[in-house]
Design a protein around this ligand. Structure first.
Ligand SMILES: Nc1ncnc2c1ncn2[C@@H]1O[C@H](COP(=O)(O)OP(=O)(O)OP(=O)(O)O)[C@@H](O)[C@H]1O
Ligand SMILES: [Mg+2]
Length: 472
């Protein structure tokens, strides 16, 4: 059987509105041998969210490919493909892996005063991490929040001043190049990245160890300490080299020795200045906003792991102006937490962007495809999938989820999705599906992999019933 016959039909009066043939009425075909085509009509369904359920091999991905291919070419599409098997003609595909290092810098701000800003970006990062199996503890969350706010502040970006939110996006390579050229003013014009947060966190950790505050005189003392430590390390390295080569003394070693002495003097002096200038006696408490060394260290470890995956690096994927963007996430399939964070993060960005653009007058403008969505669904109202299903219809955003069983969809999704397509289901899922979806078990028994389905389309002026369809 083939669903190759799925077609897009554009009617003249509804220009650009998708109408997709999804199969023929099963009973008409069976009893009267008549083909009665059943269409999914963008303008008729009550919303554009679609759920597809079926056992492995039932034909979910195949159906999704046909469905998306049939959509009007005015619709922007984001496909999260972590099996790497949703090829769509005309899609631009980017592979995300530790090797390609494509990713999105989570600290880039949406500059819209109402939908964007520093606090939202900070919350997005925290929520993305908290969506994983390893939630942040209350102390860790507080520390990370302070770190992110301070990292922005160091770039002159303030939560309360939208005028300061506009900076430039730059790739890792570009940032590296600017650092090599000591282009500090240029770097100030660029959004901070995760590495900046990690560097700041390490600095704060050092301040905690030394018991001084990373500010004014304290900061000078820390810098002097760093210089001293660096000079000492350089000398030691050189000594090892000289020893190996059996050279006793050396001009370079004397020079470094002198440099170290100077650095030491400076460190002593700045530390004394810091002590002499302590004012409130609360300098240490201020440093305490970074909690304990242990908490800070654990946050640093989390950030470093995140950085290592590559998906949150400042290396924008080369999608260009592509209308259909396919994110192949197969290499991340093993790291479930990272995968979850990535998808959640993108979904939130898309939601913001759509809300910012405003209402679409009922038109579908942007469609998201999430195959095997079990990993991403839950009942949490702040889960972006539930937000999309509950609130984003009027902003022209639709989402397609697929899963092995309807039990993998959230109750918000099942209640609200305009279209539900059931393919062959596992017998153990029949009773629950029948109860939840109001379909008779006998109708589920008929469903054959790759051949037939039951579809419920909530259409304006129509009652919501499942219809049996046959592909091909
Ligand atoms: N309607 C169909 N007509 C012809 N071939 C089909 C049809 N549906 C699915 N197939 C074929 O059956 C195989 C399995 O389909 P598919 O990959 O879509 O299953 P799936 O439900 O996504 O499974 P999984 O859960 O394992 O990803 C594929 O080779 C696909 O081409
Ligand atoms: Mg599949």
């Amino acid at each position: 059987m083939n669903v190759g016959s799925i077609k897009t039909v554009m009617t003249t009066e509804k220009k650009n509105m998708s109408q997709i043939l999804i199969g023929n009425d099963f009973w008409k075909m069976r009893n009267e041998n008549i083909s009665l085509p059943i269409y999914w009509r963008e303008s008729e369904v009550s919303n554009h969210h679609v759920g597809v359920a079926g056992t492995s091999g039932a034909g979910k991905t195949h159906w999704i490919r046909q469905f998306v291919t049939g959509m009007s070419d005015t619709i922007e599409i984001d496909i999260f493909d972590y099996h790497g098997d949703i090829e769509i003609p005309g899609a631009t595909t980017v592979l995300f892996s530790e090797a390609t290092r494509y990713g999105y810098n989570p600290l880039i701000l949406n500059t819209d005063e109402h939908y964007g800003g520093v606090r939202r970006a900070v919350n997005d990062v925290i929520q993305a991490i908290n969506s994983t199996s390893r939630k942040l503890g209350a102390n860790q969350e507080g520390v990370l929040r302070n770190l992110l706010l301070d990292t922005y502040m160091l770039k002159g970006i303030y939560a309360d001043n939208p005028l300061s939110w506009k900076k430039r996006e730059a790739s890792e390579a570009e940032i590296k190049e600017m650092k090599a050229q000591r282009n500090w003013s240029g770097l100030r014009e660029i959004y901070p990245s995760l590495s900046d947060v990690i560097n700041l966190a390490k600095r704060k950790l050092k301040a905690l160890w030394m018991g001084i505050e990373d500010k004014d005189h304290g900061r000078q003392a820390l810098s002097a300490f760093d210089d001293y430590a660096r000079a000492m390390a350089a000398i030691n390295q050189l000594r090892i080299k000289l020893n190996k080569a059996n050279i006793k003394d050396d001009e370079e070693s004397q020079r470094l020795e002198k440099r170290m002495e100077v650095a030491k003097g400076k460190a002593l002096e700045t530390h004394a200045t810091f002590l002499n200038n302590m004012e409130s006696g609360r300098e240490f408490e201020e440093a305490m906003k970074y909690n304990s060394k242990d908490v800070l260290l654990s946050v640093i470890t989390r950030l470093e792991n995140l950085h290592a995956t590559g998906i949150f690096n400042a290396n924008p994927p080369p999608f260009g102006n592509a209308r259909i963007r396919r994110y192949v996430l197969k290499p991340l399939a093993q790291s479930e937490d990272e995968l979850k964070m990535f998808v959640r993060f993108r979904l939130r960005a898309i939601i913001r962007e759509r809300m910012q653009r405003g209402e679409s007058g009922g038109k579908l403008e942007h469609f998201i495809v999430l195959d095997e969505s079990k990993k991403f669904n839950d009942e949490d109202a702040s889960n972006p999938i539930n937000i999309i299903v509950n609130e984003l219809r009027k902003f022209g955003l639709g989402i397609l989820l697929s899963g092995q069983s309807p039990a993998h969809f959230s109750s918000d999704f099942i209640k609200n999705a305009g279209t539900l397509l059931l393919l062959n289901l596992a017998t153990s899922d029949w009773d629950e599906a029948a109860r939840k979806l109001k379909i008779e078990v006998k109708n589920l028994k008929y469903l054959k992999p790759q051949e037939s389905a039951a579809v419920r389309m909530l259409e304006k002026r129509q009652s919501a019933v499942f219809r049996q369809i046959k592909f091909g």
